[in-house]
Design a binder for this molecule. Structure first.
Ligand SMILES: [Zn+2]
Length: 309
């Protein structure tokens, strides 16, 4: 090895260390802001501030459809998130958005990313609220995927009084239970039923690829508990505890609202990511557990308020 190579290697190493340190500093501040965002959206507001509507619709809701992992794409907006999990045998779509934005956001977004919506084989609907099942009937009628909900939420969907613009119901299709798996093209999605937000909220666990690395997503299916009766808040908290410790391989936290998973904080880092930088959506299992704990904390604070009434 000559001196030139030694010098170059040293500089390269130094550059990598500096870049890594900057990235981890960014990650720490992003994590703090992500938790603050969860608290603003899902915890009781401080006494001097009005409540916010977590799933509200800001004036500009557009988010550029984006590839997040080799096999996972974001196709949602600021009001509600959907994710396309790609396999060699077709696509598993996580959540179907609002009825009013399925064509303009999900279908258009997929096409922009080069994904063919006609290859969607499954639509996993996390729960029976119309910001997540809203586009399911359109997708079912147009592309013919199987629509997946838990037993409890197939019923909850059609009995819960919808908010905002009501969405048409998909025809009852695939019923899954806790521990069931959906496999397509070598990718297996584990169904976890995490009741609380609704009686049968689904929180899937699935692998994503980043080059040679495989990571596991813990997808929390029901954000928010402030509107629930006390007993269901307790159920929500128990589900959070169970989900946090269910699979130690989980190192990526995602959800179906951008305010819950730090999406908008992490996207700029992903865009600026250099070779060797950590993936900004991979936080590790300890952080995943901490994140679920923050979601649980909001439910706990609402419960204390409710019990004090
Ligand atoms: Zn909901």
């Amino acid at each position: 090895m000559n001196n030139h190579i030694i010098l170059s290697t040293g500089l390269l190493l130094m550059a990598t260390v500096v870049s890594g340190a900057a990235a981890s500093a960014d990650m720490a501040s992003i994590r703090a802001e992500e938790y603050a965002s969860i608290r603003r959206a899902f915890c009781p507001p401080p006494p001097d501030q009005p409540a916010q509507n977590a799933a509200g619709t800001p004036a500009d809701i557009y988010i550029e459809p984006t590839q997040i992992f080799d096999n996972l794409y974001f196709v949602g907006d600021r009001s509600t998130s959907s994710w396309a999990l790609t396999t060699p045998d077709g696509i598993i779509l996580l959540d179907a958005g609002f009825h009013g934005n399925v064509e303009g956001t999900i279908v258009t977004g997929m096409k922009k990313l080069g994904l063919d919506p006609a290859t969607i084989k499954y639509v996993i609907v996390s729960h029976g609220h119309n910001d997540h099942f809203g586009g399911a009937k359109y997708l079912q009628d147009t592309f013919g995927p199987k629509i997946v909900l838990s037993e409890a939420d197939w019923t909850h969907m059609v009995t819960w009084p919808q908010r905002g613009n009501p969405a048409p119901y998909p025809t009852r299709d695939v019923v899954v239970h806790d521990g069931d798996e959906i496999s397509l093209g070598g990718t297996t999605v584990r169904m976890v039923v995490t009741p609380g937000h609704t009686p049968g909220t689904l929180s899937p666990i699935f692998p994503v690829k980043d080059g040679e690395q495989t990571h596991f997503v813990g997808y929390w299916g029901g954000d928010g508990a402030g509107y629930l009766p006390a007993a269901e808040m307790e159920t929500y908290m128990k589900s959070a505890d169970r989900f946090a410790s269910l699979d130690p391989r989980i190192d990526v936290e995602l959800s179906n609202h951008a305010v819950a998973d730090g999406l908008l904080l992490k996207l700029p880092l992903l865009q600026d990511r250099k070779p060797g930088d950590p993936h900004p959506f991979v936080s590790g299992n300890a952080s995943f557990r901490e994140w679920v704990g923050v979601l649980k904390t909001c439910a706990g604070e609402f419960l204390v308020q409710k019990q004090a009434q």
